[in-house]
Design a protein. Sequence first.
Lengths: 115, 111
Amino acid sequence: EPEVTQTPSHQVTQMGQEVILRCVPISNHLYFYWYRQILGQKVEFLVSFYNNEISEKSEIFDDQFSVERPDGSNFTLKIRSTKLEDSAMYFCAGSRDRAGANVLTFGAGSRLTVL
Amino acid sequence: LAKTTQPISMDSYEGQEVNITCSHNNIATNDYITWYQQFPSQGPRFIIQGYKTKVTNEVASLFIPADRKSSTLSLPRVSLSDTAVYYCLVGVTAGNTPLVFGKGTRLSVIA
């Protein structure tokens, strides 16, 4: 069964540092997403990405965040200057379709700890 | 965007059937109902999806009444490994609005 692969599985960083989280989506997926989950809280949408541009973003996804898919393979989430409150699990997800019957396949997540 | 309401938590003994009901009173005509499962420190995993009536796969069954204002996820003969959080999501119509997760139902299976 195809998988969404995320790296690193865990990253510890100092406040103010830049972090890049990487995702290799399933090859026939066209729509890509980042979600995050702060410990003990619900899964929150960050951003969706299609055709090499952002489709939708939440209020969480401010100027400190960016996404790109530079080589048509890896899908990355960059946090430019991390804050303590960015500590969370970050999940990459993909889907073949956008609308209605939208089944997302999630990766195992990258745990980010900001000290 | 259809809002969903589910119980916060449920307990069950191993071997029992578990039914988790989700309310979605303002579901739109083109919306699908999808259930995901999440284990601790893992990403959500698709379980089942339906539009109306009943859907069954190797993992679960999904019952959707004619008015589609609710749905019930049925897990037959649960085991300890079914302990997880279960999310009911209502898929939006064509457009860019993403799937939004609620708080889900935390199912605890007891030996």
